[in-house]
Design a binder for this molecule. Structure first.
Ligand code: HEM
Length: 519
C-alpha cells in the first residue's frame, strides 16, 4: 500500500537558515585556511575579521609586537587583514629575492585594485604600479643625483643656521625644548627651499601654514572605522569610497598643497626659472643626467616620459611630505641618542670640527668625510626607523625556497622586528654606533638594516636625507652640547597608534653653549 503524503510547504526562513551558515562558512571562514595551505603558521584568525583585532591591538608602531611575531612564528608567518592573507617575511634569503633578484615580480607595494584611486595619492610614486612607476621614478631620479645635491648645499646650510639660532634661543634661557618641533621646522624649510624654491619661514614662525598642514597631513586617524571596513571588504568599500571621492588625508591639507604647488607650476611655466626639485621635475624628461648610483643595487630601467600636471603636483606633494617628517624624526632621535651618550657626542663633534677646519659650508664633500656621525645616524635609524614596515606584492605566483607565494599576495617586511632581532643585533636596545664601522657593515647581511627599504624601489630621497641630517647635526653640534634635562623621558615612551615613532611627551632636550676652543 502506498502512502500519499500531502506536500508540506518549506518556509523561506527555513531555507535561509540552512543556506546562511554555508554562505557564512564560504565567505568568512574558508578564506582563513589560505595560509595553512601554504604551510605558513601565524596567530589564529577569527572569521571575517581575520587578525584585525591583533593588528588594532598592536597599533602602527610597535617594536615589541613585531619582535614577538618573529620570535613566536619565525622568519615567515602569516596574518589576515580581514579575509586577505598577508605574509610577514624577514628571512634574509627571501628578502634578497623579493627586493632585488626577482624584483620584476615584486615591483608594487599593493595589488592593483587594493589602493584607492583618489587624487593626489593615486598618482604618487609610492602608489604607482609597474611601468607607470618605472616611468615616473626614472623621471624624478635625476633630481636626487650627486650634482643636484651639491647645488642644494647653500640653501641647506642657511636653513641649518636658522636651526642653530633656534637652539641658541633655548640655550640662552636655559630652557628645554621639544626637539622634533625644531627639527621639523628645519626639514620643512629645507624641502620647501631646495625642492620648490619657496622661502617658507617655519623656523621663525611655528604657525606658518606649511608647518601646520604638514603636521596635519600625518595626523592620520588609525582608529577611523572606514579604514577597517576598507581592510575587511576592499572590493565593496573601494567603489563606495571612490564614488564619494573619499580621501584618508584631510581635505584642507590636500587643498592647501594642491593650490600652492599649482601656483608654483604656473610661475615656472611663465619663465620663473630656478634650479630646484620642482623645476627638475618639470624639466626632467628632457634631462639626460640620470645618476647611476640612483639605487643601492640596481638602476631603474624606465623610459622617461613627460609628467602630466597631475603627476607633477602629486609627486611634489609626496616629496614634500616624505622629505619633512621622516628626516625630522631621524634628526630628533639622533640628538636624543647623542644626549644620552656624551662620549659618542664628543667623538662626533671632534670629527666635525676637524672636517670643518678651513671650510665655511658643510658641503657635499664635508658630509662625506664624517664617518662617525654617519655611524651615529645609522644606529639611530636602526633603533628608531621612521618606517615601521615595508611592503611588496607578488605580481605573479613565485616560489621562494619552500614557499609558493600566490599571485597578488601582500608581503609585509617587519623593519622594526628585523632591527631588534637579537640574532642580527646583539643587545638590540643599546645604542652602539660601532655596529656601523666599515668592517661591521661588510660582515652583515644588507637586509638586516633597512630604514630606507631596499632594491630598485628603495627610498629615492635617501641621499638627500642623509645630507640634510649631517648638515643640520654638524652645525648644531659645533655650537652646542646637547644634554638631557629633568623633563627628558628615559627611556622614551613611543605611542603605538602613530605612523612614525612619536614619544608620548616629545623628545625634551637642552642645549648648552660650548666654550670657544672646547671639543
Ligand atoms: C630619514 C629619512 C627617510 C627615511 C627613513 C625614509 C624611508 C623610506 C622607506 C622605508 C621607503 C620605502 C622603500 C621601499 O619600499 O623599499 C621610502 C620610500 C620613498 N621615500 Fe623615503 N625616507 C626618508 C626620506 C625621504 C626624503 C627626504 C624624500 C624626498 C624628498 C623621500 C621620498 C621617498 C619616496 C618618493 C619614496 C617612494 C619611492 C618609490 O616608490 O619609488 N624620502 N622612504
Amino acid at each position: 500500500m502506498e502512502l500519499d503524503f500531502p506536500p508540506v510547504p518549506v518556509p523561506l526562513s527555513w531555507i535561509l537558515l540552512a543556506v546562511l551558515p554555508v554562505l557564512f562558512y564560504l565567505y568568512a571562514v574558508r578564506p582563513m585556511q589560505a595560509l595553512k595551505k601554504l604551510g605558513v603558521s601565524g596567530p589564529t584568525p577569527l572569521p571575517l575579521i581575520g587578525n584585525l583585532h591583533h593588528t588594532i591591538q598592536a597599533g602602527l608602531y610597535n617594536i615589541e609586537a613585531q619582535a614577538y611575531g618573529m620570535a613566536t612564528y619565525g622568519k615567515v608567518y602569516g596574518v589576515y587583514n580581514g579575509r586577505v592573507p598577508v605574509l610577514v617575511i624577514s628571512d634574509p634569503e627571501m628578502l634578497r629575492e623579493i627586493f632585488v633578484k626577482q624584483f620584476h615580480k615584486f615591483t608594487n607595494r599593493a595589488p592593483e585594485g587594493m589602493a584607492l584611486d583618489v587624487k593626489p595619492q593615486s598618482r604618487m610614486l609610492t602608489q604607482l604600479l609597474d611601468e607607470d612607476w618605472k616611468n615616473v621614478r626614472s623621471t624624478i631620479s635625476p633630481a636626487f643625483s650627486g650634482g643636484k645635491l651639491k647645488q642644494m648645499t647653500e640653501a641647506m646650510n642657511s636653513c641649518a643656521d636658522l636651526l642653530v639660532g633656534n637652539f641658541g634661543n633655548f640655550a640662552e634661557k636655559g630652557e628645554s625644548f621639544d626637539t622634533k618641533e625644531l627639527t621639523g621646522a628645519f626639514t620643512t624649510d629645507v624641502i620647501a627651499r631646495t625642492g620648490f624654491g619657496l622661502d617658507v619661514d617655519s623656523q621663525r614662525n611655528p604657525q606658518d601654514p606649511f608647518v601646520v598642514y604638514s603636521k596635519k597631513a600625518f595626523s592620520f586617524n588609525f582608529l577611523n572605522p572606514l579604514i577597517w571596513l576598507f581592510f575587511m571588504f576592499p572590493s565593496v568599500m573601494k567603489p563606495i569610497l571612490e564614488k564619494f571621492n573619499y580621501n584618508f588625508m584631510a581635505k584642507d591639507v590636500t587643498d592647501f598643497f594642491y593650490n600652492i604647488l599649482e601656483q608654483v607650476m604656473g610661475m615656472r611655466q611663465s619663465g620663473h626659472g630656478r634650479v630646484d626639485f620642482m623645476q627638475l621635475m618639470m624639466d626632467a624628461h628632457k634631462d639626460d643626467d640620470v645618476d647611476s648610483s640612483d639605487t643601492q643595487e640596481g638602476k631603474v630601467q624606465g623610459t622617461k616620459k613627460p609628467l602630466s600636471k597631475d603627476d607633477v603636483v602629486a609627486n611634489a606633494f609626496l616629496l614634500f611630505l616624505a622629505g619633512y617628517e621622516t628626516t625630522a624624526t631621524a634628526m630628533a632621535f639622533t640628538l636624543y641618542n647623542l644626549a644620552l651618550h656624551q662620549e659618542a657626542q664628543d667623538r662626533a663633534r671632534q670629527e666635525i670640527k676637524q672636517v670643518m677646519e678651513g671650510r665655511d659650508l658643510v658641503n657635499y664633500e664635508a658630509v662625506h668625510s664624517m664617518p662617525y656621525l654617519d655611524m651615529c645616524i645609522s644606529e639611530t635609524l636602526r633603533m628608531y626607523s621612521p618606517a615601521a614596515n615595508n611592503g611588496r606584492v607578488a605580481g605573479e605566483e613565485v616560489k621562494l625556497k619552500w614557499l609558493t607565494i600566490p599571485k597578488n599576495t601582500l608581503i609585509v617586511i617587519p623593519i622594526l622586528g628585523i632591527h631588534y632581532d637579537p640574532e642580527r643585533w646583539p643587545e638590540p636596545n643599546k645604542f652602539i654606533p660601532e655596529r656601523f664601522t666599515k668592517e661591521e657593515r661588510e660582515k652583515r647581511d644588507p637586509y638586516d638594516w633597512q630604514p630606507f627599504g631596499a632594491g630598485p624601489r628603495n627610498c629615492i630621497g635617501m641621499r638627500l636625507a642623509m645630507m640634510e641630517l649631517k648638515v643640520g647635526l654638524a652645525k648644531v653640534l659645533m655650537k652646542y652640547r646637547i644634554v638631557t634635562g629633568p623633563d627628558t623621558d628615559i627611556p622614551l615612551k613611543i605611542m603605538k597608534y602613530k605612523q612614525f615613532p612619536t614619544p608620548e611627551n616629545g623628545i625634551r632636550l637642552r642645549a648648552e653653549p660650548l666654550c670657544p676652543g672646547s671639543d
